[in-house]
Design a protein around this ligand. Structure first.
Ligand SMILES: *[C@@H]1O[C@H](CO)[C@@H](O)[C@H](O)[C@H]1NC(C)=O
Ligand SMILES: *[C@@H]1O[C@H](CO)[C@@H](O)[C@H](O)[C@H]1NC(C)=O
Ligand SMILES: *[C@@H]1O[C@H](CO)[C@@H](O)[C@H](O)[C@H]1NC(C)=O
Ligand SMILES: *[C@@H]1O[C@H](CO)[C@@H](O)[C@H](O)[C@H]1NC(C)=O
Ligand SMILES: *[C@@H]1O[C@H](CO)[C@@H](O)[C@H](O)[C@H]1NC(C)=O
Ligand SMILES: *[C@@H]1O[C@H](CO)[C@@H](O)[C@H](O)[C@H]1NC(C)=O
Ligand SMILES: *[C@@H]1O[C@H](CO)[C@@H](O)[C@H](O)[C@H]1NC(C)=O
Ligand SMILES: *[C@@H]1O[C@H](CO)[C@@H](O)[C@H](O)[C@H]1NC(C)=O
Ligand SMILES: *[C@@H]1O[C@H](CO)[C@@H](O)[C@H](O)[C@H]1NC(C)=O
Ligand SMILES: *[C@@H]1O[C@H](CO)[C@@H](O)[C@H](O)[C@H]1NC(C)=O
Ligand SMILES: *[C@@H]1O[C@H](CO)[C@@H](O)[C@H](O)[C@H]1NC(C)=O
Ligand SMILES: *[C@@H]1O[C@H](CO)[C@@H](O)[C@H](O)[C@H]1NC(C)=O
Length: 743
């Protein structure tokens, strides 16, 4: 799960960037703290700057070197009004901290996970209206004065170690209260029900020992946004007769163990957003959902729902734009989708029948995610008008539509594991936004699509297991020339020909290290409503088949490159230009007819983790440099015509014997044939003392074989994360714009 939260942090960062774009005014006055936190404090009084320096010196601030921190001052008074310090200070906030000299502070955000102690004494900061201390290690109870601070309307204490309850004073002005992911254990709910001005309340993951009764919130007559995720909710209070604020517009009831669809939602006519994902709801989706007049988003991912009440037309006139049904037990035909639909995700269900042509009249549809179902029949032509199309693992037939026009916004097209025939549509050339194209495991019969090189953004191309044939060699015998390509999988086809010497030149993306780039494997959809901004992310997926890979699939897609040409009819030499692909982590050329030497330049591939050249006709020796490729955890050169000593180095000696078998002339560990033994081949005579040294080296190598365990572990991790990501095909991250704006 750690990987998922990493994503969330990264998304968070993306979202900030986005906010700056949509709302320049919210960023215009940011004075960034770069490597020196005092750069750009124009407008701040020298006295305040001194206080800030003192404040910073109370902590270890070595990590304060990124751009998302800042200090804001009132231009006319020079007083600090807003402080934002994300993820950089470590230490304890003391009661005599210089922080308390900022009497005019209106907004204070401090987020890093190492600020320890109890919540600081902030009572003197009488102008403070926004206090954001999320994801620190504050412990103890919430001081009761916090709720009565004269200006405080926004309080975010999510993700701390707070316990106990609170004393509520009726004069609180609090409207936004985020207390999720603490250790309150439920005692806190009753007093909170007296904070009648609350509009936003997050009590997720309270760790209550008893189910929460929704009727407790009936007094919060202004409540718009309620997050009770991760708590068990009393089933009785989810029934239609429960007394819950009719103002509610957004509910987050994820991981609440809910078994029956909550009928109390039926009377909430302001409802815009419902998240019931990761529960155990069975049965059918009720028909009344589609008549909630403002409902824009319904998320029921990962439940046990199996159908829709009402006719197949029941959804058509609803206002739902985002409908997420992934990982349920839906079966039968798809209903006709709402006219307003923009995002439809129904992967990992048992839908059958054809993809209804009515989707082609849904002009706003951009995301169509139907992977892992049992759809049959043809792919509708209008998929060419969508942005993210995932139809992987169905039983679709016919050929891909050839209707991609110049204005196409297509970014991801995954039709792997179907029964498609015909050729790759040439009109794909029109899809200049296309990043990810996967047609693996079909019956497509075509030549290599050199013509796709006109696509300036194509990063992933997988043609694996089809009936592709013909030469792989570009017509001009020059570089392949796909500028952004980093994953090319063409294995298990009938490609012929050889790779010209300059084949791997001009693969710009794969030739550089890619750190710090935008996350290319994500397609994000933003939904803005008056109560928040929600970001949904859709992720491209590849089958992570490379042995020994340790990284998570998303990283493979965005930060590394991989090449799989295995099981074709390729011949000739492997060009030295392969050494240009600095970010290559996996190379599989096995089961072809490559001849010549293993390129020396492979030793330049410092990121390489998995190398398979087995079952070719390679000759010569294994380049010594390969012994020093430090991440290499899987290598297989078996069944070639290699000779000489296997280069020594822990990465190589830790491999199994089978990785080197079938080469008559190879010797040295891990093979049993010693290069220095009495053998048929004449060996130069060693001197006595050198023999001794040799023996020690051999002992060391024997120890290194023990390190094979580490390789196995890498395997296991790769396997596990693959599983996680296939199961969890859709990842949804949710953010609240208000939290961001107030930071
Ligand atoms: C700056 O301070 C002045 C004087 O206290 C006050 O009137 C003004 O509203 C402040 N401006 C902002 C943007 O807070
Ligand atoms: C404060 O001053 C800075 C620099 O002079 C200016 O860019 C900014 O717009 C001013 N902000 C306000 C709220 O007046
Ligand atoms: C705060 O008090 C501690 C002792 O408790 C002292 O060591 C420290 O210098 C004081 N810090 C400031 C900023 O006054
Ligand atoms: C709060 O303000 C009062 C009076 O202005 C002062 O005596 C006290 O020391 C302040 N407390 C802190 C913690 O700064
Ligand atoms: C609600 O907020 C208003 C100001 O917006 C305040 O006057 C009132 O006292 C608050 N009521 C409660 C019960 O907190
Ligand atoms: C949840 O509560 C139980 C006791 O009811 C406690 O043992 C456990 O540590 C708590 N877990 C968390 C994450 O706070
Ligand atoms: C699906 O939901 C259940 C709770 O009902 C949870 O335990 C499980 O982890 C979820 N699965 C995924 C893939 O998120
Ligand atoms: C689909 O149906 C098959 C056979 O009835 C069942 O084994 C499988 O679990 C179902 N899959 C889903 C995702 O409901
Ligand atoms: C998919 O549907 C076909 C017929 O439409 C059926 O024969 C097959 O068993 C189904 N597969 C699954 C996994 O349900
Ligand atoms: C794609 O959308 C355009 C404009 O909405 C429409 O005219 C065209 O027919 C659509 N193409 C397909 C193949 O549905
Ligand atoms: C690209 O799209 C245009 C229409 O926008 C179409 O006329 C043309 O044939 C398409 N190109 C290819 C190669 O199909
Ligand atoms: C290389 O490809 C072959 C055939 O496609 C496959 O069997 C083998 O497992 C692959 N090697 C690695 C290291 O993934």
């Amino acid at each position: 799960m750690a990987t998922v939260s990493e994503w969330l942090v990264r998304l968070h960062f993306l979202l900030l960037v986005l906010l700056c774009c949509v709302s320049p005014s919210s960023c215009a006055t940011i004075k960034f703290i770069t490597s020196d936190p005092l750069i750009g404090l124009v407008g701040c009084h020298p006295h305040q700057i001194k206080a800030f320096t003192q404040f910073k010196n109370e902590f270890d601030a070595r990590r304060c070197n990124h751009n998302y921190n800042g200090i804001w001052c009132n231009n006319s008074t020079g007083a600090v009004t807003k402080l934002r310090l994300r993820g950089c200070l470590t230490g304890t906030l003391k009661s005599n901290s210089s922080l308390f000299q900022f009497h005019h502070l209106r907004s204070f955000l401090i987020y890093f996970p190492l600020l320890i102690g109890s919540i600081p004494f902030l009572q003197n900061l009488t102008m403070l209206s926004v206090l954001n201390l999320y994801e620190n290690h504050f412990s103890g109870t919430i001081p009761s004065y916090l709720l009565t601070m004269p200006s405080l309307t926004y309080l975010d204490l999510r993700g701390n170690d707070l316990t106990g309850s609170i004393k509520v004073d009726y004069s609180s002005r609090l409207q936004y209260m985020y207390l999720g992911h603490n250790h309150f254990e439920g005692k806190i709910i009753e007093p909170i029900s007296k904070l009648i001005n609350l509009t936003h309340l997050d009590l997720s993951y309270l760790n209550t020992s008893y189910p929460i009764d929704l009727n407790l919130f009936s007094s919060l007559k202004s409540l718009l946004h309620l997050d009770l995720s991760g708590n068990s909710i009393s089933p009785a209070s989810l029934r239609s007769d429960s007394n819950i604020p009719l103002t509610l517009a957004m509910v987050f009831f994820k991981h609440c163990g809910i078994k029956k669809f909550p009928n109390m939602l039926k009377k909430l006519h302001s409802m815009q957003f419902i998240d019931l994902s990761n529960n155990r709801i069975s049965g059918k989706l009720p028909e009344w959902l589609w008549s909630l007049p403002q409902l824009g988003t319904l998320n029921v991912v990962n439940n046990s729902l199996n159908g829709f009440e009402g006719s197949s037309e029941a959804l058509v006139n609803s206002y739902v734009r985002i409908l997420l049904l992934e990982s349920n037990n839906f079966e039968g035909a798809l209903p006709n989708l709402p006219l307003s639909i923009t995002v439809f995700s129904a992967g990992t269900n048992n839908f059958t029948g054809e993809i209804p042509l009515s989707i082609c009249t849904r002009r706003s549809l951009t995301v169509l995610d139907l992977n892992y179902n049992n759809f049959t029949g043809p792919i509708p032509q209008c998929v060419s008008n969508f942005t993210f199309v995932n139809l992987r693992k169905n039983n679709l037939e016919g050929s891909l539509p050839d209707m991609f026009c110049v204005s196409a916004s297509l970014r991801t097209l995954d039709v792997g594991y179907n029964k498609l025939t015909g050729k790759l549509p040439r009109s794909l050339q029109n899809c200049s936004s296309l990043k990810f194209l996967s047609v693996d495991n079909n019956n497509i019969k075509d030549m290599f699509p050199f013509w796709l090189k006109v696509l300036p953004n194509l990063q992933v191309l997988t043609l694996r297991s089809n009936k592709f044939h013909g030469s792989i060699s570009p017509p001009n015998q020059g570089p392949l020339g796909f500028p952004e390509l980093r994953i090319l999988e063409i294995s298990d086809n009938k490609f012929t020909g050889s790779l010209p010497p300059r084949y791997f030149e001009n693969w710009k993306a794969a030739s550089s290290s890619l750190t710090g780039k935008e996350d290319g494997s994500l397609y994000m959809v933003y939904e803005k409503n008056p109560y928040g901004l929600i970001a949904y992310t859709f992720t491209d997926h590849i089958d992570l088949r490379y042995k020994g890979l340790r990284m998570e699939q998303a990283n493979v897609l965005t930060s590394y490159s991989a090449i799989d040409f295995s099981r074709n009819l390729l011949e000739g030499q492997i060009p030295e230009s392969i050494g240009l692909l600095k970010s290559l982590i996996a190379l599989n050329l096995s089961s072809n007819a490559f001849t010549g030497h293993i390129p020396e330049s492979l030793a330049d591939l410092k990121a390489l983790e998995s190398l398979d050249m087995s079952s070719n006709k390679l000759s010569g020796t294994i380049p010594n440099g390969l012994g020093s490729v430090s991440f290499l955890s899987y290598i297989n050169v078996s069944h070639n015509q290699l000779k000489g000593e296997i280069p020594q180095g822990t990465q190589i000696t830790g491999q199994p014997k089978s990785s080197f078998e079938g080469n008559a002339g190879l010797c040295g560990l891990p093979l049993e044939e010693s290069c220095f033994d009495t053998s048929d081949e004449p060996q130069p005579q060693k001197e006595e003392d050198q023999d001794q040294e040799e023996e020690e080296v051999l002992n060391l190598k024997a120890v290194a074989i023990g390190c094979g365990l580490g390789v196995l572990l890498g395997w296991a991790i790769a396997h596990k994360s693959y599983h996680l990501f296939t199961r969890n095909l859709l990842r949804i991250a949710i953010f609240n714009i208000l939290r961001e704006v107030f930071q």
